[in-house]
Design a protein around this ligand. Sequence first.
Ligand code: GDP
Ligand code: ZN
Length: 272
Amino acid sequence: MVRVKRNSGHVVGDAVRVQGDLLTRGVRNTELRRRDARGGLHLVAANLDVLGIVIAPHAPDGFIDRAIVAARAAGLRPFIVVNKCDLPGSEELVAAVERTYAASVPVFPLSALTREGLAALKAFLAEGRRGAFVGTTGVGKSSLLNALCPQIDLKTAEVSGYKGMGRHTTTVSTLHVLPEGGELVDTPGFRDFGLVEISPEELAAHFPGFEKTRELTCRFRNCRHCSEPGCAVVELVECGEIAPERYETYIVLLAEVEADEEERKRKGWRKS
Ligand code: GDP
Ligand code: ZN
């Protein structure tokens, strides 16, 4: 048995080699990170291939675009889970999500509760994929993990809401092998997920709906596709190849990314 210290720098998903009591870590293919409220960066998991972005009716807006960009920038393939499809009104949400994102990423409408639609997601993960779920609190990430890997029995909101029990607050992430293939990492404490150290160039390169612009070149090499002349992205918006709504969202996120860049410079946060 080899003991691994908490601060050893190893995270869930790391490949390690054991020689005697010496542990060496393999090179990481991907790193999923988050920033805490004080600006510190935390590695959440290593070597994931896919990231499931979970939403549900009445979940906050804007989460999907941020999560897709962040996942792609980290080298993970994003997919969307629309959970709670047993609830009335979910058809509209599924239709809207498919209209906007189906050309960019796989979309799985399902219900963790009734298990409807779960088979398609299982089949996707079973193709040897290793992933994790992100989403705002209450969209059903724990319920989904429970539905996919029956052996894990994570506490969900209902259970933890029981008088005086408090919320289950473990911070240990675990890798679960799914019965039908694939692996899932549960990442407690990783509830909200923002654009960690994304540059404006990365935002444009990974923004869902901008895939067509990859082959194009703007007049300026460092074009932010905002108000620069000769911008190929703006041309695609003008000729209807990119929906105006997509472009407006991009501009909102660009402002966010630029503000974050400024903030990082101001506080002198190191890029690491
Ligand atoms: P988390 O915070 O994302 O981990 O969400 P939980 O898994 O704790 O679920 C939050 C609440 O949504 C709980 O009351 C669940 O029972 C409920 N829930 C989860 N999945 C579904 C679903 O597919 N349908 C319905 N109707 N409720 C669900
Ligand atoms: Zn441009």
